[in-house]
Design a protein around this ligand. Structure first.
Ligand SMILES: [Mg+2]
Length: 382
């Protein structure tokens, strides 16, 4: 079998699909994208084309290594997101060729269903409580909320109180009937993270995500000693070498690699095993589309330390299209009481509505992350 063509589709809301065609008529799909940088990743995918055309797509490990190391300069968000989408498409081809779901090719499942959570957008507690009530009625019990909005390096007690009161209101309304993680999104400085972790501990968040920016991951250990809240991070890591440094420094309870940014399934299973060696749980980051989610689930279903899976259904970023809009087998993605079953069709188990993807790509989205400033005009982390 030989790879004959690569086709890229940049589609709403902010996703990018890659089709890899073969001379045997099998097409594999992946999601090479970095949110807000889809065109840059598309250029990186195209730069790999000469290393892919004419190659046997079943030789995933050899192709991966060539893409990763063959350019001398390696790693980073752009190149690794390109490799991730290519890797996902190659696994999809291999599974379809062997008529097996990819998790079967990796040794088989360790669980029958995977726990997922859903996002609750906004920062008004009464609105968030209403949203959560609707979701609880639909069977959800685990959520993620933004921990705070803009926060200054050294912010006032008024700002800290506003953050704490919002979380207190949600916790007191639901008691222990729900669990929620709080995403600090790298908005919080080390000094303010210490304060917030201390103040929020009694409201028992399931985890605090990106308590400080990833470049300060060396402080996770110090922060973890000041709270019983599990700390989570990892969506801005791009290969096992990034993860190695973080795991060795300690402090993380949950690692959140993005299987569309951190080298795909091939690298994702290695990262999952490395986390397991440090008794760190896995909760892959996935505010992306159905192929990215399937790639995450593939890693989850073969990894004993996978604890939670993010998914983007109804997420506030999904303007113009939602998780199931580009697929034909929507019934396979049904989430019951927060659990999703393995996608059991061959390959990644995602049946792409190709006409719809081609049509949507005619008007590509232009999603960029918001740029925030503090009141003094200085840049603020989003
Ligand atoms: Mg996050």
């Amino acid at each position: 079998m030989k790879i004959t063509a690569l086709r890229l589709y940049h589609v709403a809301p902010r996703w990018q699909f890659l089709a890899i065609d073969t001379d045997e008529g099998i097409t594999g799909w992946g999601e090479p994208v970095l949110e807000g940088q889809a065109e840059t990743v598309a250029t990186a995918v195209k730069s790999f084309e000469s290393l892919l055309l004419g190659k046997n797509p079943l030789n995933i490990n050899a192709i991966w290594q060539t893409l990763y190391a063959g350019g001398f300069y390696r790693g980073g968000p752009i190149l690794m997101s390109a490799i991730s989408g290519i890797d996902q498409a190659l696994w999809d081809i291999k599974g379809k060729y062997l008529s097996q779901p990819v998790y079967e090719l990796l040794g088989g499942k360790v669980r029958d269903k995977m726990k997922t959570y859903t996002w609750v957008g906004g920062d008004d507690p009464s609105d968030e409580i209403a949203q959560i009530e609707t979701l609880v009625e639909a069977g959800w019990d685990t959520f993620k909320l933004n921990g705070c909005g803009k926060l200054k390096f050294l912010d006032s007690h008024r700002s800290i109180d506003a953050v704490v009161e919002r979380i207190a209101e949600i916790r007191s309304h639901f008691g222990n009937k729900i669990d929620f993680g709080l995403d600090f999104h790298g908005r919080v400085s080390m000094p303010m993270a210490k304060v917030l972790l201390h103040e929020l501990t009694s409201y028992r968040p399931l985890f605090i995500e990106e308590p400080v920016l990833p470049e300060f991951s060396g402080y996770y250990s110090t922060l973890s000693q000041s709270t019983s809240i599990p700390l989570a991070a990892g969506e801005r890591t791009f290969c096992r070498h990034d993860v190695k440094t973080i795991l060795e420094a300690g402090g993380l309870a949950i690692l959140q690699p993005d299987i569309s940014h951190a080298g795909g399934i091939t690298e994702g299973i290695k990262i999952a095993s490395m986390a397991d060696c440090y008794n760190v749980g896995l909760a892959p980051h996935c505010p992306l589309g159905p192929i990215a989610l399937s790639a995450c689930l593939t890693v989850d279903f073969i990894s004993p330390n996978a604890v939670l899976q993010e998914q983007s259904m109804g997420i506030h970023y999904n303007q113009g299209a939602d998780l199931l809009d580009y697929i034909l087998n929507k019934e396979d993605f049904i989430i019951t009481d927060g659990y999703i079953k393995p996608l059991d069709k061959p390959g990644l188990g995602v049946v792409i509505d190709e006409d719809k993807v081609i049509d949507a790509a005619r008007i590509p989205p232009n999603w960029k992350n918001p740029i925030w400033y503090h009141e003094d005009g200085c840049f603020a982390e989003w």
